[in-house]
Design a protein around this ligand. Structure first.
Ligand code: AMP
Length: 558
């Protein structure tokens, strides 16, 4: 693939400083190659090895490569999209998603990853924010609920091209099958500017409205290569992945590292435990690179788990949310799974416990960074200095695959990043120095995010929409504890005088009307006459969180 000279940063992207780029290239972790080049250039080497398995499909690398090439040439012929265009992806875990993602990259398009669970509101805001020209959608997802959103955005001119995977085209959209059929010549290779964005990912981890993480070619490739290498993946590795593939985790710790190592990716349609156990029995996966604690708990509770042969699994990596100590213990003692803990984020950094880690490390920490060039600080929020070993502080992260700024967010970037380029995660953690090595734990959060079984809900985003209800005077959305999901959202509301209190149902109807994704709807409503204030006069979420936790924990069945 031909590479244009690295230009100045793409507008809206905070570039890595020149000295850091030089260091990463000198260390060989950035390799002067584009993401599509790295991902597809080795397809020929792996030829007839199995690449992607779904309940309906089993493709070798050669078969996948042929489809990716056809899609890459077909999408530029059958649609008005051009290399460099940004394209929204709203697709579930089907084999075509892999073809669309790789084919788009190969054609020089820039994927904008969203969740199939997102509502029309998120999709439109994101499309406008990144300036997307296209939208790929899945016609048969969730009973066909994505298609009308895609057609509406097309009709209103928010995007110029809508491609429909699986399902009826119409309304000016273009079908996946037609694109593959149009791709009867090898794709031409577009020029790639290595300073341009390879993929846009949605951040789950910052205060306020969701922000967009611009992932660049060399760093995003390195992110996945470093993960594959930390886990020792090879052609004999079989990866089982049950979470949304188009989230950063699906791309950066499952699909891309699998392809870079010649491994097999078994894509589960969802995280239903029966589906997972069936796939474990039939496909004999060697690794589950991301199991949310909620899925681990459901697996422990499921009657079939103990009679299923789990012995093919050599890595059972739990992360995305705090893993409770008792659940970690049960995974080791009751089902004898080779537990590893990980921490990951769309902004970049991954941490994981080592294969031969002691029980203390596996139970108490999320491990250590996967690259020797990664830097993690635990910063005392008051002094701004590094906290002593064992003390709580905010986790700050910087390195060769951690972004230096959100896309088109200059104001927010001044607080979300330090002047010397560390991302301030908003997570609280500590260093555990064990046998002279520093491991990290995550022990809390200072950002207003609710982690609902690894799906992130930004309190402010939901509050703003609630406040548009004419009867609501004030609102705060806070986390309430949940045994399986970890947290759920609770709305604490102050109604205007004389107005009837909102219920979970009436609030949901209001939020649905605004196009918000359903998983963000508060699952409990508390009515107050006023919201408690902190000593600086802001709503005290801490007090509310504690109040709500107390109420929930004393209820029957808690
Ligand atoms: P996302 O960008 O959606 O992957 O979310 C990243 C955020 O998930 C982090 O900033 C943390 O708040 C949370 N997170 C990820 N892994 C863990 C973990 N092992 N323990 C606690 N929180 C985690």
């Amino acid at each position: 693939m031909s590479i244009k000279a690295v230009s100045d940063a793409t507008p809206g992207v905070v570039p890595y400083p020149a000295a850091a780029v030089a260091e990463y290239r000198a260390a060989g972790v950035w390799r002067n190659r584009s993401l599509p080049d790295e991902l597809t250039s080795r397809f020929a080497d792996f030829g007839d090895r199995p690449a992607v398995v779904t309940p309906e499909t089993r493709w070798t690398y050669a078969e996948l490569g042929a489809r990716v090439d056809a899609f890459a040439s077909g999408v530029l012929r059958a649609t008005a999209l051009e290399p460099g265009d940004r394209v929204m992806f709203q697709l579930g875990n089907v084999a075509e998603t892999v073809v669309c993602y790789l084919g788009a990259l190969r054609a020089g398009l820039v994927p904008v990853c969203t969740l199939a669970q997102h509502g029309p509101r998120e999709i439109e805001l994101l499309a406008r924010h990144v300036g997307a020209r296209g939208l790929f959608t899945q016609g048969d997802f969730g009973g066909g609920r994505l298609l009308p959103v895609a057609v509406d955005l097309l009709e209103r001119g928010v995007v110029a091209v809508t491609v429909v995977v699986r399902g009826d085209e119409g309304g000016g959209t273009v079908g996946y099958r037609g694109i593959i059929a149009a791709g009867d010549e090898p794709p031409t290779t577009p020029d790639v500017d290595l300073a341009s964005v390879a993929v846009f990912q949605l951040s789950g981890g910052t205060t306020g409205l969701p922000k967009v993480a611009p992932r660049l070619h060399e760093e995003y490739t390195y992110n996945s290569r470093a993960w594959a290498s930390a886990l020792g993946w090879s052609e004999s590795t079989v990866v089982l992945y049950p979470l949304p593939l188009l989230h950063n985790a699906g791309i950066a710790l499952a699909l891309q590292p699998a392809l870079l190592s010649g491994a097999t990716l078994v894509l589960a349609p969802n995280a239903d435990i029966d589906v997972l156990l069936d796939l474990i029995e039939t496909e004999r996966p060697t690794t589950l690179p991301l199991v949310p604690p909620a899925v681990a708990i459901r697996m422990l509770d499921h009657p079939r788990t103990r009679s299923t042969d789990l012995t093919s699994i050599r890595q059972y990596v739990v992360g995305g949310q705090k893993l409770a100590g008792d659940v970690a213990r049960r995974l080791l003692d009751e089902v004898h799974l080779p537990l590893r803990q990980m921490f990951g984020m769309a902004e970049g950094m991954f941490l994981v416990t080592d294969e031969d880690a002691s029980e203390q490390v596996v139970l108490d920490t999320v491990g250590r960074p996967i690259s020797p060039l990664d830097e993690v600080r635990v910063v005392d929020p008051i002094s701004g200095e590094d906290a002593p070993v064992g003390d709580l502080g905010e986790l700050w992260m910087r390195g060769p695959y951690t972004i230096r700024g959100y896309f088109r967010a200059p104001h927010h970037n001044t607080t979300a990043f330090s002047t010397d380029g560390y991302y301030r995660t908003g997570d609280l953690g500590r260093v555990h120095r064990i046998d002279g090595i520093d491991y990290f734990s995550v022990d809390g959060r200072i950002k207003d995010v609710i982690n609902r079984g690894v799906e992130k809900i930004h309190a402010e985003e939901v509050e703003e929409l609630i406040l548009e209800h004419p009867d609501v005077d004030n609102a705060a959305v806070v986390a309430m504890p949940d045994r399986v999901l970890g947290e759920r959202a609770c709305a604490v509301l102050v109604m205007h005088p004389g107005k009837p209190p909102l219920t979970v149902e009436s609030l949901a109807a209001h939020l649905a009307g605004q196009g918000l994704a359903k998983y963000k709807f508060p699952e409990r409503v508390e009515i107050r006459t006023a919201l408690p204030l902190s000593n600086v006069g802001k709503v005290s979420r801490k007090t509310l969180r504690e109040d709500v936790s107390r109420i929930v924990e004393t209820e029957p069945g808690a």
